[in-house]
Design a protein around this ligand. Structure first.
Ligand SMILES: Cc1cc2nc3c(=O)[nH]c(=O)nc-3n(C[C@H](O)[C@H](O)[C@H](O)COP(=O)(O)OP(=O)(O)OC[C@H]3O[C@@H](n4cnc5c(N)ncnc54)[C@H](O)[C@@H]3O)c2cc1C
Length: 393
């Protein structure tokens, strides 16, 4: 075993240091689900730009929708750490990033309702997603801008016991199929002090879904524009206090960023593993690609960057779970993991040569999927703004 790679490759991904036996059980159940229900079809679903809607219900039945949610609401219990390791296993075993992010859109839409919603709202919106396969989406971004959340313009005016919502959202994951959308609206004056969160249900008059958007990667997940034209939403669908949503949205972003960092580490790991397997099989100039030092060093660089991204992501998660303020560290983790993912997927395509450029090859798809991560959930530049603020300059 000249490289030590054989050994690690055979062992599978390195668990995060915060993991316990409980996390191992979560991994096992997420892996079983992904191997059984996603891996055999994922490549086709990516080409079809859609996975079957029944998968939500199947995932509920398998118990994999509920990680990190209270048992009283239909979840499996656990915390952010359990959510993240489940997501990693789903990427590794399912091999279809688009399916996993589509299936997981509740992971950004439900937490504000769990944290700040009333018991009635939780029963009405959270439990049906975890038990019956209802679909939830989160809508913050607008056609006019996503980074400057405090400047959002979708307006919600009070009219009796309703809000009348007018405006548009875009790039919304699961937007075409969502049963309800946790939506950021402006109920007050300009700036972050005038933002509220409303749950807007499918079928509410005035709420329409625009076109399904075609994109670079994440093909199996649907991404949509949403339109609100004098859409009447009951006041009872407001999550938390009027004009008090900005801190809730920021808190939600903090977990989302760690989730995205974990996905980047997982995608990079998958691309790395594919590359090792290919480099061992493919021959050039009379020997396997692993026989060239340049290939081995490429793989070693990939492994090193994955280990660094995993370490930083794991440390951020650990600090968040300890209750520390880790916004700066989480933003660093997202940027480092994003860069790792882009680098590793690019190297993976290179190792695969011409096949790396072909649609039939997994690393070709991962390379496209990777491009989202420096943009979604807060761009690389916005992460740097957060880091600069936390660092004090
Ligand atoms: C596939 C996909 C899925 C998505 N899913 C969702 C979803 O489910 N829900 C949702 O609400 N949104 C979603 N988004 C939207 C995503 O979060 C936004 O695209 C992202 O926040 C950036 O917003 P923007 O696209 O409007 O870019 P802009 O805000 O217009 O930014 C454009 C460029 O300017 C830079 N920039 C902006 N402000 C600054 C600054 N202060 N300093 C330096 N540079 C700056 C940005 O970094 C970026 O490079 C999704 C996007 C994609 C592509």
């Amino acid at each position: 075993m000249p490289l030590g790679i054989t050994c690690r490759y055979a062992r599978g991904p390195m668990p995060y240091l915060f993991e316990t036996e409980e996390h191992a059980a979560v991994r096992a159940s997420a892996r079983r689900f992904a191997q059984t229900y996603i891996a055999p079809h994922g490549a086709q679903w990516e080409e079809d730009e859609e996975f079957p809607i029944e998968l939500y219900r199947t995932a509920c039945g398998a118990g994999v929708m509920g990680f990190g949610y209270p048992e009283a609401l239909g979840g499996q219990g656990g915390d952010l750490g359990h959510v993240l390791v489940a997501s990693e296993e789903m990427v590794l075993a399912g091999r279809s990033v688009g399916t996993i992010v589509g299936l997981g859109s509740h992971g950004i839409a439900l937490p504000p309702i769990v944290r700040f919603g009333t018991a009635d709202q939780q029963r009405q919106f959270v439990t049906p997603c975890l038990r019956e396969g209802k679909i939830a989406a989160l809508a913050i971004t607008e056609p006019g801008g996503g980074s400057d959340v405090a400047a959002l313009t979708t307006r919600a005016e009070r009219d009796g016991d309703h809000y009348v919502v007018t405006g548009a959202k875009t790039f919304i994951t699961s937007g075409t199929r969502a049963d309800f959308v946790t939506t950021a609206v402006r109920t007050g004056g300009p700036g972050h002090g005038g933002v509220s969160l409303l749950v807007i249900e499918k079928g509410t008059p005035g709420f329409t879904v625009g076109k399904k958007l075609k994109k670079t990667g994440w093909w199996a997940s649907d991404t949509a524009e949403l339109h609100f034209d004098a859409c009447r939403v009951p006041i009872g669908n407001r999550i938390g206090p009027e004009n008090g949503a900005f801190p809730m949205i920021m808190m939600n972003f903090a977990s989302e960023r760690l989730m995205l960092a974990t996905q980047c580490v997982a995608i990079a790991e998958l691309a790395y593993r594919e590359s090792i397997a290919y480099a061992r099989e493919r021959h050039a100039f009379g020997k396997a690609l692993t026989g060239f030092q340049v290939t081995r060093h490429k793989l070693a660089d990939m492994a090193s960057r994955i280990a660094a991204a995993r370490a930083l992501t794991g440390e951020s998660v650990t600090r968040v779970l300890r209750g520390e303020m880790a916004a700066g560290l989480a933003s660093m983790a997202k940027n480092v993991a994003t860069d790792t993912c882009s680098f590793v997927c690019d190297q993976a395509v290179q190792i695969h040569g011409g096949y790396g450029y072909m649609r039939e090859t997994l690393v070709e798809r991962l390379y496209r999927d990777a491009r989202l991560y420096p943009i979604g959930g807060g761009t690389r530049e916005i992460m740097n703004e957060v880091i600069a603020k936390v660092e004090g300059y």
